[in-house]
Ligand binder design. Structure first.
Ligand code: ADP
Length: 648
């Protein structure tokens, strides 16, 4: 029913056609295909954009009241025309200039988008999963529309702009006269999407997607003609009027008990443009010296650019219900950058800037409180909803680990949330098992007399689980945490103990195992062999000694307590930094047949070859590359040939 807002006139020959940025086009196609089964979400996306535009106008008008012109009743209007097969969503918010239209509705500015698009496989089912990492937006209109038309005028400007596109390769931009302030998006519906031009259907969708936003969303009423009394003439129905269909009260200002889970989830999607529900949220009002409300959400899925620490992110900041800025990064530490939400302060001034936020004591206290709140939310989830927590950990665990090194005050709370694989993890045969072991659990399972928490870091699960350094520990039934994330060595550089137990890297220093029969390895008895090997290996090792940690392998490499580990070394080398030189200690297993054979080798050349092979094998077992792989093959092949020659 009902008319759409009057269409402004095109002026002169200002029309210009532009091609969409390649990435924008690809994402648009992906969105149209992925979200086909949930077509109505375009309504949420367009209402969200309209509400953001009104928030921005409200904010800019604090400094410049003229921007409100004579139209200060800020609102969104939704109208449709069933016969004309179109729906319009109009706001009298900030609007866009010609340049902004071309940039905002033709390109995707987020850094890393090109790489993200390259990672698409072309397999629609798989790619659909990825769209959630990006966030849905304006282009979702093309799920239901053949053509989209945007008429917009930026507050304070006189000229308006029309943007038109069929969502394929290009869009057209022309100037329009007498455009009202703000933005009107008109969707020319596809024939199979005409349900969106029906009053009942549209009204229920609009209510669902707008109840939690603070701006009134208006639709025309559908008045009915009064029932005529007998003998009276039938009166016509009264004129349709615009009426608000939502409560128009910002969700976070309402009491927790008044808000349903669905409303919380809808608000999350409005904030984040995520198409999936959040995992969990925490809504709190704080009164006292500082007064503020926060509503924080944990997403289910990491965004594609989570590893870009430069990418702006943070909470939406409001001051006394007035929107101030997106991505206010001062309210949470960077290691909690996955949290989405809002903070609404009663104390900060309306003209607060990013610079002021960075130095404000009140902001510091809010940040400390919100950090604790998020860690508590995670702790509650770990205890009460372990499956959700595991989902969280799989997506964001590596980011949270950054906190152990960066946030000394909360290190213990963060340590309790850490999850690892260990030698006790049941592996279902997949490449790497889920990381499910807690430090608290490790301590409960510790052997009697065990004083330390043992761990190994490596580049992959296979390298960690297969490390020769675990052999004696395994034999003693001592659990070892297996760490193979990129940040693990760095993490363990900042964690020294948990619950009074020291961490011990199994690759470093001496390992004293309680009650181990390896304790009686007699260094003196192997002194000569150690000396002989050391001479053969020359400057490649710091020292050589009989091992207490090996049972099956002939040798392994050990670092001294303060040496830099291999993972860290590679990260630093890759970033072009100077890495201090260091040489490992070579430990040999005196009971291994190869080592016994070595001991009895009279030919010094052959002794040297065999010793070098054992050293290179130990390097390989740690997942490291050989300095001279060719020399290793040559030596090994010579020995193999000798062996085969012997056998024939
Ligand atoms: P997102 O909202 O996630 O940034 P969209 O694709 O939905 O992505 O929108 C792109 C940009 O276009 C927005 O960031 C905003 O600057 C602009 N925009 C979209 N809709 C409107 C609107 N109704 N009023 C003003 N600007 C808008």
């Amino acid at each position: 029913m009902s008319e759409t807002t009057e269409q402004p006139d095109s002026t002169d020959a200002s029309g210009e056609t532009f091609g969409f940025q390649t990435e924008a086009k690809q994402l648009m196609q992906l969105m149209i295909h992925s979200l086909y089964s949930n077509r109505e979400i375009f309504v949420r996306e367009l209402i969200s954009n309209a509400s953001d535009a009104i928030d921005k106008l409200r904010f800019e008008s604090i400094a410049d009241a003229k921007l409100l012109e004579d139209d200060s009743e800020l609102r969104i209007e939704i109208t449709f025309d069933a016969e004309g097969k179109k729906v319009s969503i109009r706001d009298n918010g900030i609007g866009m200039s010609r340049d902004e239209v071309i940039k905002n509705l033709g390109t995707i500015a987020r850094s890393g988008t090109a790489e993200f698009v390259k990672s698409l496989t072309g397999d629609q089912a798989k790619d659909s999963q990825l769209i959630g990492q990006f966030g849905v937006g304006f282009y979702s209109g093309f799920i239901v529309a053949d053509t989209m038309e945007v008429v917009t005028r930026r507050a304070g400007e006189t000229a308006g702009v029309r943007w038109t596109s069929a969502g394929e390769d290009q869009f057209t931009v022309d100037d329009v006269a007498n455009a009202p302030r703000g933005t009107q998006v008109t969707l020319h519906l596809k024939d199979d999407a005409l349900e969106f031009a029906e009053d009942f259907r549209m009204r229920s969708i609009v209510r669902k997607y707008s109840d939690h936003i603070s701006v009134p969303v208006m639709m025309f009423s559908t008045p009915e003609a009064p029932i005529a009394e007998e003998g009276e003439e039938q009166q016509p129905a009264p004129e349709a009027e615009l009426e608000a269909v939502n409560q128009a009260k910002a969700l976070w200002t309402r009491g927790r008990t008044d808000i349903s889970d669905d409303e919380y989830q809808e608000f999350y999607k409005h904030l984040s443009h995520d198409y999936e529900d959040s995992l969990s949220w925490s809504h709190n009002r704080v009164e006292g010296k500082l007064e503020y409300t926060s509503l924080l959400y944990l997403p289910k899925r990491a965004p594609f650019d989570m590893w870009n620490r430069e990418q702006p992110r943070g909470l939406k900041l409001y001051v006394q219900r007035v929107f101030i800025m997106d991505e206010a990064e001062s309210f949470l530490p960077i290691y909690l950058r996955f949290v989405k939400g809002i903070v609404d302060s009663n104390d900060l001034p309306l003209n607060v800037s990013r610079e002021i936020l960075q130095q404000d004591d009140r902001v510091d206290s809010i940040r400390n409180a919100l950090t604790k709140r998020v860690l508590k939310m995670l702790d509650d989830m770990a205890r009460k909803e372990p499956e959700n927590f595991q989902t969280f950990w799989n997506e964001f665990g590596e980011v949270l680990k950054e906190g152990a090194g960066e946030d000394f005050a909360n290190r213990e709370a963060i340590s309790k949330l850490l999850r690892f694989a260990s030698t006790e993890t049941v592996n279902d045969g997949s490449d790497a098992p889920e990381k499910t072991m807690t430090l608290e659990g490790y301590i409960e399972r510790m052997n009697e007399g065990q004083e330390k928490i043992y761990y190994v870091t490596a580049d992959s699960y296979a390298a960690a689980a297969g490390s020769p350094h675990l052999e004696a520990l395994k034999k003693e039934g001592i659990e070892v945490l297996l760490m193979f994330d990129r940040v693990d060595e760095w993490l363990m550089g900042s964690l020294t103990e948990f619950d009074g137990k020291q961490f011990q890297d199994v690759v470093r220093g001496d390992i004293d195992l309680p009650d181990s029969d390896k304790d009686d390895v007699d260094d003196d008895a192997h002194k000569d062999l150690a000396e002989r090997i050391k001479t053969a290996l020359d400057d490649r090792v710091e020292n050589v000694k009989a091992s207490r940690r090996l049972t099956d392998s002939p040798g392994c490499l050990v670092l001294s307590a303060d040496d830099m580990g291999a993972q860290m070394r590679r990260i630093m080398e890759a970033s072009g930094q100077a890495v201090p030189a260091s040489r490992p200690i070579f430990e040999f297993n005196a009971e291994h047949p190869l080592v016994m054979r070595l001991d009895s080798e009279a030919d010094e050349d052959r002794f040297k070859d065999l010793a070098l092979i054992l050293l290179d094998q130990a390097t390989l077992a740690d997942g490291n590359a050989l300095g001279d792989p060719g020399a290793y093959s040559t030596r090994l092949n010579a020995l193999l040939l000798e062996l085969l020659g012997d056998a024939s």
